[in-house]
Every structure is written in C-alpha cells, then in structure tokens.
Design a protein around this ligand. Structure first.
Ligand code: COA
Ligand code: MG
Length: 285
C-alpha cells in the first residue's frame, strides 16, 4: 500500500522574512505555506518574491510539502506573484479568497500544465461553492481560512467554534467527496498550548488532515494530535486481527471491546495504520 505523506502541521511563513524562512528548514513540520499574502505588508510584497524565490532555490526543506500562497488575482500583486514564481520549486500554489471554480480556472491558465492548486476556503461564496471548487481537476488541497471567515460572517470567536461549524463541515464534505486534502484554520493565541490542543482535537474529530500554524511553538502539539495515538494504533491492529479471524469461519462481523467490527471499520483501521507508518517514516527523516 502506498503510504500518504502526512499533512499534520502546515506552518505559515512570511515570504519576506529571511530568518523565518531559514528557521523553517529545521522544524519538524509536514508542510510549509510560504506566504506572500496577509503575512507580508504591501511595502514588502514586491521584494518578498525575490526573497522567497532565493529560499526555494537554496532549498534545504527536505520532503516537506512546499506551498506558495500568492495574493489574490484581483489585487495589485497576484499576477506579479505568479509571474515571478510560476516555475519555482514547490508542490502547489495556494489561492486566497476563492469564491468559485472560475477563480481556479483563472490561476490554472497562468500556471504550467499540471501545477497543483490549493484553495483558501474563507469567503461565504467560496463555502457555498465548495463542491465545484473541490471538483476542479487542478485542486488538491483546501485550507480553512478561519480568520477571514469570522470577519465575513461577523461571527464571534468561541472556543468551541460553534458559529463556523457548518462552514467547516461544508469544507470537509466537499473535500472528501472529491479526494482533496483538508487543513484546518489557525489558532491565533499562539502561546496558549492547552487551547491549541483543544482546537486540534476538534479539527481531528471532524476529519481534518492537519492544521495551519503561525508559530514554531505550535508544531509539537499539532503533530501529536493529528497522528494516530498509541491507543488508536493498538485498537486498529486488534480490529484487523479479530476481523480476519472471524472471516476464516465465513462471518462478516467481529466484536472488539464490546463494539462491532465490519469490513468498513477494517478499512478505517488500515488507513490509521498507513498514516501511523507515514508519520514514523517522516519522523525518521
Ligand atoms: N515560521 C518560521 N519561524 C518563525 C515563525 C514562523 N511562522 N514565527 C516565528 N518564527 C521564528 C522567529 O523568527 C524566531 O526565530 P529566532 O529565534 O531564530 O529569531 C522564533 O521563531 C521565535 O519567534 P518569536 O519571537 O516567539 O515570535 P515573534 O514575536 O517574532 O513573531 C508572530 C510572532 C506571530 C508575529 C510570527 O510568529 C508570525 O509572523 N507568524 C506568521 C503569521 C502568518 O503567517 N500569518 C498569516 C497566516 S494567518
Ligand atoms: Mg485569509
């Protein structure tokens, strides 16, 4: 079975900051979003392209997924970002404030054939059009932009994120319907580890593949929460073993820890073990 690359921790790095660009090389993150949008001031945006290009050419990021977040194509910088970086060594381009599939078409037309595109899901229109965006053949990843979403909805911040549950679930539904990676939004209070852990757990409970981060101190908790736990791995192994045992006598249902295990649970168990294996490989790099 092919092991998927984990995408537990996805760190934003301001594309203008040499020091952060360098520091990220040694951080145990699964993916990096090299940001030219909101983390870079208008005055620094043009220069940031060259800074980022040089960092990507120098590389040193190992097998971390490298994603470039450009400015929107309706801004003064979006097209210039694409022109400067279209051939850069990276895995995907991340487009902010995607409202529909037409926005993806516009970026795809400017990029080399086959370049993968990720979409920031952070506007009411984008959420309502989540399915057509996920179905776009170039789209392979979704990132929930929860700060912009809260602004657009005019909702209040709550620890349980109740006001944005529906939007987050629409992102998940569309992503899963079309095989797209789904990454949760950032946790703004970057010094609050307990709060971060609670939000990671919630995102993982919902099915997200990982979480976007703003600070290196958020990496460890996130990697832990989005990796299968020892208990999950142990249960998955016991489910598979129990199911294989009952299959021998022609039965389709096993019982483990008082709960039924059917074919579909075994598929989930295998997925958990594959992710655990991928995480172990990543940690060994
Ligand atoms: N990526 C890589 N390195 C980072 C980093 C990041 N996102 N954020 C901070 N660092 C580095 C700093 O450069 C510093 O490195 P050093 O010790 O080698 O000097 C170290 O981590 C400690 O940083 P610290 O002093 O605790 O943070 P700060 O006060 O400099 O910065 C923020 C705090 C929030 C401003 C900063 O983390 C940041 O800009 N984050 C990204 C914001 C972003 O991308 N927003 C857009 C998406 S929401
Ligand atoms: Mg945003």
């Amino acid at each position: 079975m092919q092991t998927p690359r984990p995408t537990r921790s996805v760190l934003y790095i301001p594309g203008s900051k040499d020091r952060a660009l360098d520091k990220a090389r040694g951080l145990p993150v699964d993916a990096i979003i090299f940001d030219l949008e909101d983390a870079v001031t208008p005055e620094a945006k043009v220069e940031a392209r060259a800074t980022l290009k040089a960092a990507l050419e120098a590389d040193g990021y190992g097998r971390k997924l490298k994603i470039i977040r450009i400015n929107g194509l309706d801004t003064d910088w979006g097209k210039g970002d694409v022109e400067a970086l279209r051939d850069a060594k990276c895995d995907a381009f991340l487009l902010p404030k995607v409202n529909g599939a037409a926005d993806i078409d516009a970026l795809a037309a400017m990029l080399p054939e086959g370049r993968e595109i990720w979409a920031m899901m952070e506007t009411p229109k984008g959420i309502l059009h989540a399915e057509e965006i996920a179905a776009h053949p170039r789209v392979t990843g979704f990132v929930a932009g929860t700060n912009d979403l809260a602004k657009e909805l005019n909702c209040r911040y709550r620890a349980d994120r109740l006001p944005m549950q529906m939007a987050l679930q629409m992102i998940m539904l569309a992503a899963r319907a079309h095989g797209v990676t789904a990454i949760d939004g950032v946790y703004n209070q970057f010094k609050d580890q307990d709060g971060l852990r609670a939000e990671c757990e919630q995102g993982r409970d919902m099915g997200f593949d990982g979480k976007t981060l703003i600070h290196p101190d958020q990496v460890a908790v996130t990697n832990e929460c989005f990796a299968p736990s020892e208990a999950e791995i142990d249960l998955a192994r016991r489910q598979i073993a129990a199911f294989e045992e009952v299959e021998k006598s022609g039965q389709g249902v096993a019982v483990v820890d008082g709960k039924i295990v059917e074919n579909l649970h075994v598929e989930t168990a295998r997925k958990i073990l594959a992710l655990a294996e991928a995480v172990a490989q990543t940690s060994a790099e």
